[in-house]
Design a protein around this ligand. Structure first.
Ligand SMILES: [Cu+2]
Length: 256
């Protein structure tokens, strides 16, 4: 192989690693983490990134070495084929298997905290995915869902309290969707006919993205919403005002 192509091959790992190294400085790395659980997910991601990064550099370096050393121009002797090295094959099968097994065990607690240790409380709200919107239903003054005083919003403006556990019931009205909150490091596939739970504990206020992470039809791209994290007092006030506005609208409609 021409030495020029050896250099081109070498550029792949160099550019690949450089992209990751500079990404945080160009603000193309993770979005700001605003959940108490987020750091666990980020650490797990970094841990796996380091393992795969080291393996990537080692294999790309070996590829470069072989293409450089054994290029045809400098090796007129034809290549000899052999059966291979049995011990080597055993090693490169067992080592990746052991690494995968280790990751599987190492991440168990993070998975359990995110998906299994559901907080024992009334749901803060119910989210319904449909083509193409995220509808949200909050309990009204009676604090219970699916009663006459529920507050239902279709405008994609979802409000939640920070500084406390939040429990969401999540479901789909039609097809598969995926409720993705990047700043809370949460993502849940939403399956028709199935009620699932999602929970988080936000540590900051602000407005954040909500997107659908499962291709769900022609309008998938516009299935985005905004999450507003507020203090408990602000959230209660917003909920009360929204409730009053809805009551006034209902009364006006009845009066017509
Ligand atoms: Cu979608």
């Amino acid at each position: 192989m021409n030495r020029f192509w050896c250099i081109v091959f070498l550029l792949v790992p160099i550019m690949g690693v450089a992209t990751f190294a500079v990404a945080p400085y160009y603000n193309i790395w993770f979005p700001r983490d605003v959940s108490t659980h987020g750091i666990t997910i980020d650490n797990l991601f970094m841990f796996i990134l380091w393992i795969t990064g080291i393996v990537f550099i080692a294999t790309e370096w070996a590829l470069f070495q072989f293409t450089w050393k054994y290029n045809a121009a400098h090796n007129p002797e034809p290549a000899k084929f052999s059966h291979g090295e049995h011990t080597l094959e055993v090693v490169w099968t067992i080592v990746p298997a052991a690494i995968l097994l280790f990751i599987a065990i190492y991440q168990m607690d993070a998975f359990a905290a995110a998906k299994m240790r559901k907080p024992n409380m009334q749901p803060t709200a119910e989210i319904t995915g449909r083509q193409f919107n995220w509808d949200v239903r909050y309990p009204g003054p009676d604090k219970e869902l699916h009663t006459l005083d529920d507050i239902v919003r279709y405008d994609g403006n979802i409000h939640m309290p920070m500084g406390e556990d939040v429990l969401l019931v999540i479901k789909s009205q039609d097809v598969l969707h995926s409720f993705f909150l990047p700043n809370l490091r949460l993502k849940q596939d939403v399956i028709p006919g199935m009620e699932q739970a999602m929970w988080f504990h936000a540590k900051d206020t602000g407005r954040f993205d909500i997107v659908c992470a499962e291709l769900c039809g022609w309008g998938h791209y516009k299935m985005k919403a905004r999450l507003t994290l507020q203090t408990r007092a602000d959230f209660d006030q917003w909920l009360a005002e929204t409730y009053q506005a809805e009551q006034a609208m209902t009364t006006a409609k009845v009066g017509q």
